[in-house]
Write a protein that binds this ligand. Structure first.
Ligand code: HEM
Length: 553
Protein backbone atom coordinates (compact mmCIF):
# COMPACT_ATOMS: atom_id res chain seq x y z
CA UNK A 1 0.00 0.00 0.00
CA UNK A 2 1.31 3.43 -0.88
CA UNK A 3 1.42 5.41 2.39
CA UNK A 4 1.25 8.70 0.53
CA UNK A 5 -2.14 7.84 -0.96
CA UNK A 6 -3.62 9.25 2.24
CA UNK A 7 -4.08 13.11 1.87
CA UNK A 8 -2.55 13.66 5.35
CA UNK A 9 0.57 11.75 4.35
CA UNK A 10 0.67 13.61 1.07
CA UNK A 11 0.64 16.93 2.88
CA UNK A 12 3.51 15.83 5.14
CA UNK A 13 5.48 14.55 2.15
CA UNK A 14 4.96 17.86 0.38
CA UNK A 15 6.15 19.81 3.45
CA UNK A 16 9.22 17.65 3.89
CA UNK A 17 10.21 17.95 0.24
CA UNK A 18 10.05 21.73 0.42
CA UNK A 19 12.09 22.11 3.59
CA UNK A 20 15.24 24.24 3.25
CA UNK A 21 18.61 22.70 4.19
CA UNK A 22 18.82 24.40 7.61
CA UNK A 23 15.26 23.29 8.41
CA UNK A 24 16.00 19.72 7.30
CA UNK A 25 19.10 19.74 9.48
CA UNK A 26 17.11 21.06 12.46
CA UNK A 27 14.41 18.44 11.86
CA UNK A 28 17.01 15.63 11.82
CA UNK A 29 18.57 16.96 15.02
CA UNK A 30 15.28 17.28 16.87
CA UNK A 31 14.07 13.85 15.73
CA UNK A 32 17.33 12.18 16.64
CA UNK A 33 17.43 13.92 20.01
CA UNK A 34 13.85 12.76 20.69
CA UNK A 35 14.64 9.17 19.71
CA UNK A 36 17.88 9.02 21.67
CA UNK A 37 16.30 10.59 24.79
CA UNK A 38 13.49 8.03 24.61
CA UNK A 39 16.02 5.22 24.15
CA UNK A 40 18.09 6.49 27.12
CA UNK A 41 14.97 6.77 29.26
CA UNK A 42 13.97 3.21 28.42
CA UNK A 43 17.43 1.72 29.01
CA UNK A 44 18.73 3.85 31.90
CA UNK A 45 15.90 3.20 34.31
CA UNK A 46 17.89 0.81 36.49
CA UNK A 47 21.29 2.55 36.40
CA UNK A 48 22.36 4.66 39.35
CA UNK A 49 22.30 8.33 38.45
CA UNK A 50 24.15 11.51 39.36
CA UNK A 51 22.45 13.17 42.30
CA UNK A 52 24.37 16.47 41.99
CA UNK A 53 22.24 19.41 40.75
CA UNK A 54 22.45 20.48 37.13
CA UNK A 55 23.31 24.10 36.52
CA UNK A 56 21.86 26.33 33.85
CA UNK A 57 18.17 25.64 33.25
CA UNK A 58 16.40 28.98 32.81
CA UNK A 59 13.12 27.51 34.03
CA UNK A 60 11.45 24.18 34.75
CA UNK A 61 10.15 24.21 31.21
CA UNK A 62 13.44 24.69 29.39
CA UNK A 63 14.10 21.56 27.32
CA UNK A 64 17.47 19.88 28.00
CA UNK A 65 18.25 20.15 24.28
CA UNK A 66 18.19 23.94 24.57
CA UNK A 67 20.47 23.91 27.61
CA UNK A 68 22.89 21.62 25.76
CA UNK A 69 22.75 23.90 22.71
CA UNK A 70 23.53 26.94 24.91
CA UNK A 71 26.66 25.17 26.18
CA UNK A 72 28.21 25.17 22.68
CA UNK A 73 28.73 28.93 22.56
CA UNK A 74 27.87 29.87 26.12
CA UNK A 75 29.97 27.48 28.21
CA UNK A 76 32.17 30.32 29.51
CA UNK A 77 29.17 32.12 30.96
CA UNK A 78 27.50 28.94 32.30
CA UNK A 79 30.66 27.80 34.07
CA UNK A 80 31.27 31.28 35.49
CA UNK A 81 27.73 31.57 36.87
CA UNK A 82 27.78 28.09 38.39
CA UNK A 83 31.24 28.60 39.93
CA UNK A 84 30.25 31.96 41.42
CA UNK A 85 26.81 30.96 42.68
CA UNK A 86 27.83 27.57 44.08
CA UNK A 87 31.35 28.14 45.40
CA UNK A 88 33.19 24.96 46.41
CA UNK A 89 30.24 22.79 45.40
CA UNK A 90 30.09 20.11 42.74
CA UNK A 91 27.64 20.85 39.91
CA UNK A 92 26.60 19.26 36.63
CA UNK A 93 26.80 20.90 33.22
CA UNK A 94 25.18 19.48 30.13
CA UNK A 95 27.19 19.34 26.93
CA UNK A 96 25.15 18.01 23.99
CA UNK A 97 26.89 14.64 24.03
CA UNK A 98 27.75 14.24 27.73
CA UNK A 99 26.98 15.34 31.24
CA UNK A 100 29.94 16.91 33.01
CA UNK A 101 30.34 16.58 36.75
CA UNK A 102 32.38 19.64 37.75
CA UNK A 103 34.26 19.07 41.00
CA UNK A 104 35.87 21.72 43.21
CA UNK A 105 39.67 21.75 43.19
CA UNK A 106 39.84 20.17 46.67
CA UNK A 107 39.07 16.82 44.98
CA UNK A 108 42.07 17.09 42.64
CA UNK A 109 44.48 15.04 44.74
CA UNK A 110 41.94 12.38 45.61
CA UNK A 111 41.12 11.87 41.93
CA UNK A 112 44.79 11.76 40.99
CA UNK A 113 45.18 8.65 43.14
CA UNK A 114 42.19 6.79 41.67
CA UNK A 115 43.46 4.25 39.12
CA UNK A 116 43.04 4.98 35.43
CA UNK A 117 40.96 1.81 35.09
CA UNK A 118 38.29 3.62 37.13
CA UNK A 119 38.73 7.25 36.06
CA UNK A 120 40.42 7.48 32.71
CA UNK A 121 42.02 10.56 31.16
CA UNK A 122 42.19 8.81 27.79
CA UNK A 123 38.54 7.83 27.98
CA UNK A 124 37.65 11.51 28.36
CA UNK A 125 40.12 13.05 25.91
CA UNK A 126 39.87 10.44 23.15
CA UNK A 127 36.09 9.96 23.29
CA UNK A 128 35.75 13.58 22.13
CA UNK A 129 37.35 12.52 18.83
CA UNK A 130 34.91 9.69 17.94
CA UNK A 131 37.97 7.43 17.51
CA UNK A 132 36.19 4.48 15.85
CA UNK A 133 35.36 6.68 12.86
CA UNK A 134 38.83 8.12 12.44
CA UNK A 135 41.06 5.07 12.62
CA UNK A 136 42.45 5.97 16.05
CA UNK A 137 40.81 3.53 18.49
CA UNK A 138 44.28 2.29 19.47
CA UNK A 139 44.60 5.48 21.54
CA UNK A 140 42.19 4.02 24.08
CA UNK A 141 44.24 0.95 24.81
CA UNK A 142 47.75 1.79 23.80
CA UNK A 143 50.22 4.26 25.23
CA UNK A 144 53.26 4.16 22.94
CA UNK A 145 52.92 7.85 21.97
CA UNK A 146 52.91 8.83 25.66
CA UNK A 147 55.73 6.41 26.55
CA UNK A 148 57.99 7.89 23.90
CA UNK A 149 57.51 11.37 25.32
CA UNK A 150 58.13 10.23 28.88
CA UNK A 151 60.99 7.80 28.25
CA UNK A 152 62.79 9.39 25.32
CA UNK A 153 61.82 13.02 24.67
CA UNK A 154 61.79 14.34 28.25
CA UNK A 155 64.96 12.59 29.53
CA UNK A 156 66.85 13.73 26.40
CA UNK A 157 64.99 17.03 26.15
CA UNK A 158 67.92 19.31 25.39
CA UNK A 159 69.29 17.07 22.66
CA UNK A 160 65.90 17.17 20.94
CA UNK A 161 65.40 20.87 21.55
CA UNK A 162 68.78 21.51 20.01
CA UNK A 163 67.76 19.55 16.94
CA UNK A 164 64.43 21.45 16.84
CA UNK A 165 66.30 24.74 17.03
CA UNK A 166 68.19 23.97 13.79
CA UNK A 167 64.82 23.48 12.11
CA UNK A 168 63.59 26.70 13.68
CA UNK A 169 66.44 28.52 11.95
CA UNK A 170 65.51 26.89 8.66
CA UNK A 171 61.83 27.82 9.12
CA UNK A 172 62.73 31.35 10.24
CA UNK A 173 63.99 32.17 6.77
CA UNK A 174 60.87 30.73 5.13
CA UNK A 175 57.98 31.66 7.41
CA UNK A 176 58.80 35.28 8.28
CA UNK A 177 58.32 38.16 5.78
CA UNK A 178 62.01 39.16 5.78
CA UNK A 179 61.96 40.66 2.29
CA UNK A 180 59.25 43.17 3.29
CA UNK A 181 60.96 44.26 6.50
CA UNK A 182 63.33 47.17 6.07
CA UNK A 183 66.60 47.06 7.99
CA UNK A 184 66.02 50.52 9.52
CA UNK A 185 62.78 49.33 11.14
CA UNK A 186 60.68 52.01 9.44
CA UNK A 187 58.17 49.65 7.85
CA UNK A 188 55.49 47.82 9.77
CA UNK A 189 54.37 44.62 8.02
CA UNK A 190 51.09 42.86 8.74
CA UNK A 191 51.34 39.22 9.79
CA UNK A 192 49.20 36.39 11.07
CA UNK A 193 51.37 35.70 14.10
CA UNK A 194 49.71 32.48 15.20
CA UNK A 195 49.95 31.01 11.73
CA UNK A 196 53.63 31.94 11.52
CA UNK A 197 54.31 30.22 14.84
CA UNK A 198 52.26 27.21 13.71
CA UNK A 199 54.51 26.88 10.66
CA UNK A 200 57.63 27.09 12.82
CA UNK A 201 56.34 24.65 15.41
CA UNK A 202 55.22 22.10 12.82
CA UNK A 203 58.73 22.12 11.36
CA UNK A 204 60.38 21.78 14.78
CA UNK A 205 58.03 18.97 15.80
CA UNK A 206 58.48 17.09 12.55
CA UNK A 207 62.26 17.27 12.92
CA UNK A 208 62.09 15.65 16.34
CA UNK A 209 59.38 13.10 15.60
CA UNK A 210 60.16 12.02 12.04
CA UNK A 211 63.53 13.56 11.18
CA UNK A 212 64.94 14.30 7.72
CA UNK A 213 63.74 14.38 4.99
CA UNK A 214 60.11 14.03 6.15
CA UNK A 215 60.39 17.17 8.28
CA UNK A 216 60.77 19.25 5.12
CA UNK A 217 58.05 17.45 3.19
CA UNK A 218 55.40 20.07 2.42
CA UNK A 219 52.64 17.44 2.39
CA UNK A 220 53.58 16.31 5.89
CA UNK A 221 53.81 19.91 7.15
CA UNK A 222 50.36 20.55 5.66
CA UNK A 223 48.93 17.43 7.33
CA UNK A 224 50.43 18.30 10.66
CA UNK A 225 48.50 21.58 10.70
CA UNK A 226 45.26 20.50 8.99
CA UNK A 227 44.73 17.12 10.68
CA UNK A 228 43.76 18.64 14.05
CA UNK A 229 41.37 21.15 12.54
CA UNK A 230 39.64 18.56 10.38
CA UNK A 231 39.49 15.93 13.10
CA UNK A 232 37.95 18.39 15.56
CA UNK A 233 35.47 19.65 12.98
CA UNK A 234 34.46 16.12 11.98
CA UNK A 235 34.12 14.95 15.58
CA UNK A 236 32.22 18.08 16.63
CA UNK A 237 29.75 17.62 13.78
CA UNK A 238 29.27 13.89 14.43
CA UNK A 239 28.69 14.44 18.12
CA UNK A 240 25.70 16.61 17.37
CA UNK A 241 23.96 13.37 16.41
CA UNK A 242 23.21 10.39 18.61
CA UNK A 243 25.73 7.55 18.18
CA UNK A 244 23.28 5.30 16.36
CA UNK A 245 23.20 7.85 13.52
CA UNK A 246 27.01 7.97 13.08
CA UNK A 247 27.11 5.36 10.29
CA UNK A 248 24.73 7.52 8.22
CA UNK A 249 26.18 10.92 9.09
CA UNK A 250 29.92 10.14 9.04
CA UNK A 251 30.30 9.61 5.26
CA UNK A 252 28.55 12.92 4.61
CA UNK A 253 30.97 15.08 6.60
CA UNK A 254 33.59 16.75 4.35
CA UNK A 255 36.05 17.25 7.24
CA UNK A 256 35.98 13.51 7.98
CA UNK A 257 36.71 12.73 4.34
CA UNK A 258 39.72 15.03 4.58
CA UNK A 259 40.88 13.27 7.77
CA UNK A 260 40.79 9.91 5.97
CA UNK A 261 42.76 11.40 3.05
CA UNK A 262 45.35 12.82 5.42
CA UNK A 263 45.74 9.47 7.15
CA UNK A 264 46.30 7.85 3.75
CA UNK A 265 48.92 10.41 2.73
CA UNK A 266 50.59 10.06 6.16
CA UNK A 267 50.94 6.31 5.54
CA UNK A 268 53.09 7.08 2.50
CA UNK A 269 55.38 9.55 4.28
CA UNK A 270 55.72 7.79 7.62
CA UNK A 271 55.92 4.41 5.84
CA UNK A 272 58.96 5.65 3.91
CA UNK A 273 60.73 6.69 7.13
CA UNK A 274 59.85 3.29 8.62
CA UNK A 275 61.39 1.47 5.66
CA UNK A 276 64.56 3.53 6.06
CA UNK A 277 64.69 2.66 9.74
CA UNK A 278 64.43 -1.06 8.93
CA UNK A 279 67.09 -0.89 6.22
CA UNK A 280 69.51 1.03 8.46
CA UNK A 281 69.27 -1.29 11.43
CA UNK A 282 72.29 -3.39 10.54
CA UNK A 283 74.40 -0.39 9.50
CA UNK A 284 73.61 1.44 12.74
CA UNK A 285 74.62 -1.63 14.75
CA UNK A 286 77.92 -1.74 12.81
CA UNK A 287 78.45 1.97 13.44
CA UNK A 288 77.88 1.43 17.16
CA UNK A 289 80.73 -1.13 17.04
CA UNK A 290 82.89 1.43 15.22
CA UNK A 291 83.01 -0.63 12.00
CA UNK A 292 81.42 1.91 9.65
CA UNK A 293 80.50 5.58 9.77
CA UNK A 294 77.06 7.04 9.17
CA UNK A 295 75.96 10.17 7.31
CA UNK A 296 74.18 12.82 9.39
CA UNK A 297 70.81 11.66 8.09
CA UNK A 298 71.59 8.02 8.85
CA UNK A 299 72.78 8.90 12.34
CA UNK A 300 69.72 10.91 13.33
CA UNK A 301 67.88 9.73 16.39
CA UNK A 302 64.14 10.45 16.12
CA UNK A 303 61.15 9.64 18.27
CA UNK A 304 59.89 7.46 15.42
CA UNK A 305 63.09 5.38 15.68
CA UNK A 306 62.46 4.87 19.39
CA UNK A 307 58.85 3.86 18.81
CA UNK A 308 59.89 1.37 16.13
CA UNK A 309 62.52 -0.13 18.41
CA UNK A 310 60.18 -0.39 21.39
CA UNK A 311 56.76 -0.98 19.80
CA UNK A 312 55.21 -4.41 19.32
CA UNK A 313 52.67 -6.03 16.98
CA UNK A 314 50.12 -3.57 15.63
CA UNK A 315 52.05 -0.66 17.10
CA UNK A 316 54.75 -0.99 14.47
CA UNK A 317 52.43 -1.51 11.52
CA UNK A 318 52.43 1.44 9.16
CA UNK A 319 48.66 2.11 9.54
CA UNK A 320 48.84 2.51 13.29
CA UNK A 321 52.23 4.24 13.40
CA UNK A 322 51.27 6.86 10.81
CA UNK A 323 47.93 7.55 12.54
CA UNK A 324 49.85 7.87 15.81
CA UNK A 325 52.16 10.46 14.25
CA UNK A 326 49.11 12.42 13.12
CA UNK A 327 47.69 12.28 16.64
CA UNK A 328 50.97 13.59 18.02
CA UNK A 329 50.73 16.60 15.70
CA UNK A 330 47.23 17.13 17.04
CA UNK A 331 48.45 17.18 20.63
CA UNK A 332 51.47 19.34 20.00
CA UNK A 333 51.12 21.97 17.29
CA UNK A 334 48.01 24.12 17.78
CA UNK A 335 48.35 24.01 21.56
CA UNK A 336 51.89 25.37 21.35
CA UNK A 337 51.12 27.95 18.66
CA UNK A 338 48.10 29.34 20.47
CA UNK A 339 50.03 29.66 23.73
CA UNK A 340 52.75 31.64 21.88
CA UNK A 341 50.08 33.76 20.14
CA UNK A 342 48.39 34.50 23.46
CA UNK A 343 51.74 35.55 24.92
CA UNK A 344 52.34 37.94 22.05
CA UNK A 345 48.78 39.33 22.29
CA UNK A 346 49.31 39.93 26.01
CA UNK A 347 52.59 41.66 25.34
CA UNK A 348 51.01 43.93 22.72
CA UNK A 349 48.20 44.73 25.14
CA UNK A 350 50.70 45.60 27.89
CA UNK A 351 53.58 47.18 25.93
CA UNK A 352 55.32 48.37 29.13
CA UNK A 353 56.67 44.80 29.44
CA UNK A 354 58.54 44.86 26.11
CA UNK A 355 61.48 46.56 27.68
CA UNK A 356 61.69 44.11 30.59
CA UNK A 357 61.63 41.03 28.36
CA UNK A 358 63.89 42.50 25.69
CA UNK A 359 66.37 43.48 28.36
CA UNK A 360 66.46 39.91 29.66
CA UNK A 361 67.05 38.51 26.17
CA UNK A 362 69.66 41.19 25.38
CA UNK A 363 71.55 40.51 28.60
CA UNK A 364 71.73 36.78 27.88
CA UNK A 365 72.64 37.47 24.24
CA UNK A 366 75.57 39.65 25.36
CA UNK A 367 77.04 36.67 27.19
CA UNK A 368 75.93 33.74 25.07
CA UNK A 369 75.55 35.30 21.65
CA UNK A 370 72.29 36.18 19.87
CA UNK A 371 69.52 33.58 19.99
CA UNK A 372 69.54 31.42 16.90
CA UNK A 373 72.44 33.19 15.21
CA UNK A 374 76.06 32.12 14.77
CA UNK A 375 77.69 31.74 18.16
CA UNK A 376 74.33 31.52 19.85
CA UNK A 377 72.32 28.39 20.34
CA UNK A 378 74.85 25.86 19.24
CA UNK A 379 75.03 22.20 19.94
CA UNK A 380 75.53 21.38 23.61
CA UNK A 381 79.24 21.23 24.30
CA UNK A 382 80.03 21.62 20.59
CA UNK A 383 82.64 24.01 19.20
CA UNK A 384 82.65 26.31 22.22
CA UNK A 385 79.03 27.23 21.45
CA UNK A 386 76.30 27.56 24.01
CA UNK A 387 73.65 25.00 24.66
CA UNK A 388 69.98 25.78 24.12
CA UNK A 389 69.50 24.54 27.68
CA UNK A 390 71.52 27.40 29.10
CA UNK A 391 69.56 29.91 27.06
CA UNK A 392 66.19 28.49 28.07
CA UNK A 393 66.99 28.11 31.75
CA UNK A 394 68.16 31.70 32.03
CA UNK A 395 64.97 33.11 30.51
CA UNK A 396 63.30 33.41 33.92
CA UNK A 397 61.18 36.46 33.18
CA UNK A 398 59.93 34.98 29.96
CA UNK A 399 59.15 31.81 31.92
CA UNK A 400 56.99 33.76 34.34
CA UNK A 401 55.36 35.59 31.44
CA UNK A 402 54.51 32.18 29.91
CA UNK A 403 52.73 31.13 33.08
CA UNK A 404 50.79 34.33 33.56
CA UNK A 405 49.41 34.02 30.02
CA UNK A 406 48.58 30.36 30.56
CA UNK A 407 46.86 31.18 33.86
CA UNK A 408 44.46 33.54 32.08
CA UNK A 409 44.25 31.73 28.77
CA UNK A 410 44.41 27.97 29.34
CA UNK A 411 43.70 25.82 26.27
CA UNK A 412 40.56 24.41 27.84
CA UNK A 413 38.39 25.91 30.57
CA UNK A 414 37.36 22.58 32.14
CA UNK A 415 40.19 20.29 33.03
CA UNK A 416 41.75 17.94 33.87
CA UNK A 417 38.98 15.69 32.54
CA UNK A 418 38.31 12.06 33.37
CA UNK A 419 35.74 9.48 32.26
CA UNK A 420 34.30 7.16 34.90
CA UNK A 421 34.84 3.65 33.52
CA UNK A 422 32.93 2.24 36.49
CA UNK A 423 30.89 3.57 39.38
CA UNK A 424 33.13 5.48 41.81
CA UNK A 425 32.32 6.76 45.30
CA UNK A 426 34.60 9.48 46.67
CA UNK A 427 35.70 9.63 50.33
CA UNK A 428 32.97 12.11 51.27
CA UNK A 429 30.31 9.91 49.64
CA UNK A 430 30.02 11.84 46.35
CA UNK A 431 28.82 9.27 43.84
CA UNK A 432 30.10 9.25 40.25
CA UNK A 433 28.16 6.83 38.04
CA UNK A 434 29.91 4.96 35.22
CA UNK A 435 29.97 6.98 32.01
CA UNK A 436 30.14 10.38 33.76
CA UNK A 437 32.68 12.95 32.56
CA UNK A 438 34.45 14.50 35.50
CA UNK A 439 36.22 17.83 35.12
CA UNK A 440 37.63 20.68 37.18
CA UNK A 441 36.81 24.37 36.65
CA UNK A 442 40.40 25.20 35.65
CA UNK A 443 39.88 28.71 34.28
CA UNK A 444 37.59 29.86 37.09
CA UNK A 445 39.99 28.47 39.69
CA UNK A 446 42.94 30.26 38.10
CA UNK A 447 40.98 33.52 38.03
CA UNK A 448 39.73 33.20 41.60
CA UNK A 449 40.96 35.75 44.21
CA UNK A 450 41.23 32.82 46.65
CA UNK A 451 43.83 31.27 44.33
CA UNK A 452 45.73 34.35 43.12
CA UNK A 453 45.90 37.85 44.52
CA UNK A 454 44.40 40.37 42.08
CA UNK A 455 43.60 37.66 39.56
CA UNK A 456 42.23 40.08 36.97
CA UNK A 457 45.42 42.08 36.93
CA UNK A 458 47.88 41.06 34.25
CA UNK A 459 51.02 40.54 36.30
CA UNK A 460 53.65 38.75 34.20
CA UNK A 461 56.23 38.76 37.01
CA UNK A 462 53.85 36.98 39.41
CA UNK A 463 55.63 33.63 39.07
CA UNK A 464 59.08 35.19 38.86
CA UNK A 465 58.51 36.76 42.29
CA UNK A 466 57.22 33.44 43.70
CA UNK A 467 60.32 31.66 42.40
CA UNK A 468 62.61 34.17 44.05
CA UNK A 469 60.84 34.13 47.42
CA UNK A 470 63.13 31.34 48.63
CA UNK A 471 65.43 28.73 47.06
CA UNK A 472 62.93 25.89 47.60
CA UNK A 473 60.33 27.80 45.52
CA UNK A 474 62.67 28.17 42.55
CA UNK A 475 61.63 24.94 40.82
CA UNK A 476 58.05 24.85 42.04
CA UNK A 477 56.91 27.80 39.98
CA UNK A 478 58.64 27.12 36.67
CA UNK A 479 56.62 26.87 33.47
CA UNK A 480 55.81 23.21 32.80
CA UNK A 481 55.61 22.24 36.49
CA UNK A 482 52.16 21.07 37.43
CA UNK A 483 50.58 22.47 40.57
CA UNK A 484 46.98 22.57 41.85
CA UNK A 485 46.87 26.26 40.92
CA UNK A 486 48.52 25.84 37.49
CA UNK A 487 46.44 23.40 35.48
CA UNK A 488 47.02 24.43 31.87
CA UNK A 489 49.04 21.26 31.25
CA UNK A 490 46.83 19.03 33.40
CA UNK A 491 47.89 17.71 36.77
CA UNK A 492 49.96 14.99 38.40
CA UNK A 493 51.19 11.90 36.63
CA UNK A 494 48.61 12.19 33.86
CA UNK A 495 49.61 15.73 32.93
CA UNK A 496 50.73 16.59 29.41
CA UNK A 497 53.84 14.48 28.67
CA UNK A 498 55.06 17.01 26.07
CA UNK A 499 54.96 20.05 28.32
CA UNK A 500 58.71 20.49 28.86
CA UNK A 501 59.24 20.32 25.12
CA UNK A 502 56.44 22.85 24.53
CA UNK A 503 57.86 25.32 27.06
CA UNK A 504 61.35 25.12 25.54
CA UNK A 505 60.03 25.47 21.97
CA UNK A 506 58.05 28.57 22.92
CA UNK A 507 61.00 30.09 24.76
CA UNK A 508 63.22 29.62 21.71
CA UNK A 509 60.68 31.19 19.39
CA UNK A 510 59.77 34.06 21.69
CA UNK A 511 63.40 34.86 22.54
CA UNK A 512 64.18 35.27 18.84
CA UNK A 513 61.04 37.31 18.23
CA UNK A 514 61.94 39.63 21.12
CA UNK A 515 65.53 39.94 20.02
CA UNK A 516 64.87 40.65 16.37
CA UNK A 517 61.45 42.33 16.08
CA UNK A 518 58.80 44.55 17.58
CA UNK A 519 55.08 43.91 17.32
CA UNK A 520 51.82 45.77 17.86
CA UNK A 521 48.15 45.17 17.05
CA UNK A 522 47.17 45.81 13.45
CA UNK A 523 43.92 47.30 14.75
CA UNK A 524 44.82 49.25 17.89
CA UNK A 525 41.21 50.31 18.49
CA UNK A 526 40.01 46.71 18.66
CA UNK A 527 42.72 45.86 21.17
CA UNK A 528 43.56 42.34 22.25
CA UNK A 529 41.94 39.63 20.12
CA UNK A 530 39.27 37.90 22.19
CA UNK A 531 39.47 34.22 23.00
CA UNK A 532 36.32 32.41 21.93
CA UNK A 533 35.04 29.13 23.33
CA UNK A 534 33.41 26.23 21.54
CA UNK A 535 32.07 24.06 24.30
CA UNK A 536 34.89 24.09 26.85
CA UNK A 537 37.65 24.50 24.26
CA UNK A 538 39.44 27.86 23.97
CA UNK A 539 39.93 29.27 20.47
CA UNK A 540 42.27 32.14 19.73
CA UNK A 541 40.96 34.60 17.16
CA UNK A 542 42.33 33.35 13.84
CA UNK A 543 41.48 36.67 12.18
CA UNK A 544 43.80 38.54 14.52
CA UNK A 545 46.65 40.32 12.77
CA UNK A 546 49.74 41.98 14.16
CA UNK A 547 52.15 44.50 12.69
CA UNK A 548 55.84 43.71 12.96
CA UNK A 549 59.03 45.57 12.21
CA UNK A 550 62.75 45.01 12.63
CA UNK A 551 64.14 46.05 15.96
CA UNK A 552 66.82 48.70 15.72
CA UNK A 553 69.32 48.93 18.55
C1 HEM B 1 51.48 24.82 25.20
C2 HEM B 1 51.35 23.61 24.65
C3 HEM B 1 50.56 22.48 25.24
C4 HEM B 1 49.51 22.50 26.11
C5 HEM B 1 48.84 23.72 26.71
C6 HEM B 1 49.14 21.12 26.37
C7 HEM B 1 48.12 20.75 27.22
C8 HEM B 1 47.74 19.44 27.45
C9 HEM B 1 46.68 19.03 28.34
C10 HEM B 1 45.82 19.98 29.16
C11 HEM B 1 46.60 17.69 28.29
C12 HEM B 1 45.60 16.79 29.04
C13 HEM B 1 46.19 16.37 30.36
C14 HEM B 1 45.18 15.64 31.21
O1 HEM B 1 44.46 14.77 30.71
O2 HEM B 1 45.11 15.96 32.40
C15 HEM B 1 47.59 17.23 27.35
C16 HEM B 1 47.79 15.91 26.99
C17 HEM B 1 48.72 15.50 26.07
N1 HEM B 1 49.69 16.27 25.47
FE1 HEM B 1 49.93 18.24 25.69
N2 HEM B 1 49.97 20.30 25.66
C18 HEM B 1 50.86 21.08 24.97
C19 HEM B 1 51.88 20.65 24.16
C20 HEM B 1 52.15 19.33 23.88
C21 HEM B 1 53.27 18.87 23.09
C22 HEM B 1 54.33 19.78 22.44
C23 HEM B 1 53.17 17.51 23.00
C24 HEM B 1 54.08 16.54 22.30
C25 HEM B 1 55.37 16.73 22.17
C26 HEM B 1 51.99 17.12 23.76
C27 HEM B 1 51.55 15.81 23.91
C28 HEM B 1 50.45 15.45 24.66
C29 HEM B 1 49.93 14.09 24.72
C30 HEM B 1 50.46 12.88 23.95
C31 HEM B 1 48.84 14.11 25.61
C32 HEM B 1 47.95 12.93 26.01
C33 HEM B 1 48.48 12.29 27.26
C34 HEM B 1 47.79 10.99 27.65
O3 HEM B 1 46.98 10.48 26.88
O4 HEM B 1 48.09 10.50 28.76
N3 HEM B 1 51.42 18.24 24.29
N4 HEM B 1 48.30 18.30 26.88
Amino acid sequence: MNPYANPFHLAIKDRIEHLSYPKTFALILITSWFLSTTAKWLTNGKRKKLTIPTWGYRSWFEPTLLLQARFVMGARQLVHEAYTKMPNMPFVLKRYDADFLILPIRYLDELRLIPLSKLSNKGANVANLVPEYHGITFLLTNNLHVEVLRKKLTPELWKFIDSASTELSHGWDISLPHSQLSANGNDWVKIDFERTVRDLVSRMTAKVFLGDPACRDETWLGISVAFSIDLFTASFTMKMFPPWMYPVVAPLIPARRRVLKQLKAARGIVGEQMRKHASLKEKRAQAARGEVSLTAEEAQDTLLDWMLDHGKGEEVRVEEMSARQCVLTLASIHTTASQAANMMFDLCEHPQWWEVLQEEVDEIAKELGPPGLAGGMKEEGGGGGVSVKEWCVRLEKLDSFFQETQRREPPIMLGPQRLAQQDVTLKDGTFIPRGTRVAFPMLEHQMDPQTYENPNEYDPMRFYRKRHESPDQMHLHMAGQTHPNVLGFGYGNQACPGRQFAVAEIKLIMARMLYEFEFKFADEKKGRPKTGYINEMAMTDWNARLLMRKRVR
